[in-house]
Design a protein around this ligand. Structure first.
Ligand code: TMP
Length: 206
């Protein structure tokens, strides 16, 4: 059986990742692929419990390094229990956030820099590297306004504009450094246009 492909979706809060991920799953299924849609932090029972700790606005304060280690604790379980078995079984894996989010939020937003994230990434199996990463990019103010319009904010959404600007800058820096793996999608456009851009970016893998 052929191995599946591993596609990740990244972006600021309010970029529309989650809706676009659902549409991309349907698109791939119409093209005959078996698709697993999953998310980080989360994707396993343990990962979803860690997600609650990480996202709850009333969570105890934690040091940036602790936050990074908890993200990778959830990720390790997710890779071993879910992502690698799915790829080996021929499924396509669509993941709503992955390692790039740690570079952007903990490395950029929290100011840890790339080195601690790279050290942890190096512990993941080589096959757990995405084949394609779609960065849904939009101005910070627009993303946060959309995120706040959809209900209570989580621990990251309540961060400052400057924090989210650092997150965006870190994502864009990575995407420009490795253009073969990343596609930058303009998420400020209307949903149909964004969807078309995503399908065009995925087409070469099909
Ligand atoms: P979301 O899936 O609703 O976007 O929420 C996940 C939040 O967790 C989002 O604010 C980004 C944050 N996050 C990190 O800070 N680091 C990570 O490694 C991951 C996967 C998510």
């Amino acid at each position: 059986m052929n191995e599946g492909r591993f596609i990740t979706l990244e972006g600021l809060e309010g970029a529309g990742k989650t809706s676009r991920a659902g549409e991309l799953k349907a698109f791939l299924e119409r093209r005959g692929k078996r698709v697993l849609l999953t998310r980080e932090p989360g994707g396993t029972a343990l990962g979803e419990r860690l997600r609650e700790l990480l996202l709850s606005p009333t969570a105890e304060p934690m040091a940036p390094l602790t936050e990074l280690l908890l993200m990778f604790a959830a990720r390790s379980e997710h890779v071993i229990q879910v992502i690698l078995p799915a790829l080996a079984g021929g499924q396509w894996v669509l993941c709503d956030r992955y390692v790039d989010a740690s570079y952007a939020y903990q490395g950029g937003g929290r100011g840890l820099g790339e080195a601690p994230v790279a050290a942890l990434e190096a512990l993941l199996p080589a096959r757990a590297r995405p084949d394609l990463t779609l960065l849904l990019d939009l101005p910070v103010e627009m993303g946060l306004a959309r995120a706040k319009g959809r209900g209570p904010v989580d621990r990251f959404e309540q961060e400052t504009l400057a924090f989210h600007q650092r997150v965006r800058d870190a994502y864009l820096t990575r995407a420009r450094r490795w253009p073969q793996r990343y596609r930058i999608i303009d998420a400020s456009a209307d949903p149909e246009t964004v969807r078309g851009a995503i399908e065009a970016a995925v087409e070469p893998l099909l």
